[in-house]
Design a protein around this ligand. Structure first.
Ligand SMILES: [Mg+2]
Length: 450
């Protein structure tokens, strides 16, 4: 809380909250006797990390380990390991951060970032980074987005994932219901497997798999979609567009494992439906092949949910291999790295969408980043149909996703506290922030240079 005796509004709001400062202060006292930037919670310069503990939530709808970083001053920070990732990615960092001042976020991030990698392997580094921002915000009594430079917007536009149906009319009605709920951006899955059992729709080597857990990436499956298959998928989109109209942005994802040429022919056939983006048509590592698709197709091409750190994003943006990037903050490197990614992309004229599939903890980390990043477009939410999702936390406006938007919190840090009872009802395994002394020490030389 900033005290300023020349600012009457500040003085009044200070007096209103004065009881929180404890004994010895009441309305008659001279406020100028109190130091500037006093916090009710902490002495930031003396703050130290004392513990890192985990509680893993299930069916949110994903499995999400929430971490809590404790300190010597009674305040704690919340973070979240990327959906589906192991809590071990966070716990192995405990020995590297004990005793550090959590307000030194960049210093700690640079120390631990070598322990992250693409997709879920970044989960620990990003969880810790989120928790450090939460702690620094609580220590200095400032919301995270303010520490990032302030807001470009007060509410964050959300698109919701929607249960698939092979029947385009049924699916169109589900999307229309989302629109009626207030969502101003829609997304559909449009996989080649939707037509694969129709004779003549797909050419593939016997046994080749569309499954995402198949180790063979799209270009290496030998699967190509036929003119008939493309016409079926285009007709599906046409029928969905008939229900939802042409005005609302409509994105498409989960094309399945198809090759570059199939991606281009399918993309061209979808042009007239003016889709907002085509997502992850081939794996993100293939910059030149993505550029080949982007150059040939007049619909924005997008990737990014599995990319760790800024550099690969900048390669995609500098070469214009994609039209839009989509980092997941719990994979990309956390709050500040994702803002840097957005700012870097903006210099190349590339907008940023945020991928997200977790609990309200990582959601709010993403919301603060989205508020503070100029080229942000829209953010994902997988949990609209999970009735208890918002109950996991307290301290923010409910419902968290309201009429298709999330209000950026004003409270210090991420702005949320856990509702312990609700979290305990949805644990993936026994253990609610149990002690983790076995992770206090790890004998290892971590230096990456000589
Ligand atoms: Mg996706």
């Amino acid at each position: 809380m900033r005290l300023n005796s020349t600012n009457q509004e500040g003085r009044r709001s200070f007096l209103k909250g004065a009881s929180a400062l404890g004994a010895g202060l009441w309305a008659g006292e001279d406020l100028d006797a109190y130091p500037q930037n006093t916090t009710t919670n902490s002495t930031p310069s003396g703050l130290r990390i004392t513990d890192l503990r985990v509680a893993t939530v299930a069916r949110a709808p994903m499995t999400c380990p929430i971490i809590r970083i404790d300190t010597n001053q009674g305040i704690y920070g919340l973070g979240e390991v990327r959906d589906g990732a192991s809590k071990t990615y966070a716990l192995m960092l405990k020995s590297r951060i004990l005793g550090e001042n959590p307000c030194n976020i960049e210093k700690i991030f640079r120390k631990i970032k070598q322990f992250g990698s693409h997709s879920r392997q970044a989960g620990g580094v990003c969880a810790v980074e989120m928790a450090l921002w939460d702690l620094a915000g609580k220590a200095y009594n400032v919301p995270v987005c303010q520490m990032l430079g302030g807001r470009f917007r007060d509410r964050i536009r959300i698109y919701a994932d929607t249960t698939e149906s092979r029947d385009p009319k049924v699916f169109g009605e589900r999307l229309k219901a989302r629109h009626d709920q207030g969502f101003t951006w829609l997304k559909m899955d449009l996989g080649v497997e939707m037509v694969a059992d129709t004779p003549g729709a797909v050419t593939r080597p016997a046994g080749a798999s569309f499954a995402y857990n198949d180790p063979a990436q799209g270009m290496f499956t030998g699967i190509e979609i036929t003119e008939k298959g493309i016409a079926m998928l285009a007709d599906y989109v046409a029928q969905v567009r008939e229900v939802v109209g042409m005005e609302v942005p409509l994105s498409a994802d989960h094309f399945g494992h198809i090759g570059v040429n199939s991606s281009i022919r399918l993309g061209k056939a979808l042009t007239k439906y003016n889709l907002a983006w085509l997502e992850d048509m081939i794996p993100w590592q293939n910059t030149e092949l993505l550029k080949k698709i982007s150059d040939a197709v007049d619909i924005p091409i997008l990737t990014g949910e599995d990319i760790y750190l800024k550099e690969p994003f900048m390669e995609l943006c500098r070469t214009h291999a994609v039209d839009i990037i989509q980092p997941d903050l719990a994979t990309a490197g956390g709050i500040l790295e994702t803002k840097k990614i957005g700012d870097g992309a903006q210099e190349f004229g590339v907008p940023m969408v945020l991928h997200f599939a977790g609990t309200p903890v990582a959601c709010m980390a993403s919301v603060h980043c989205a508020a503070a990043t100029g080229n942000f477009l829209v953010m994902e939410n997988h949990s609209i149909d999970v009735p208890w999702w918002g109950d996991l936390v307290e301290g923010v406006d409910k419902p968290i996703v309201n009429q298709g938007f999330i209000t950026v919190p004003d409270k210090p840090g991420l702005g949320v506290a856990l509702n312990d009872e609700v979290v305990k009802q949805h644990l993936a395994e026994p253990g609610f922030f149990e002690p983790t002394p076995q992770w206090n020490v790890d004998r290892s030389s971590d230096r990456q240079w000589s």
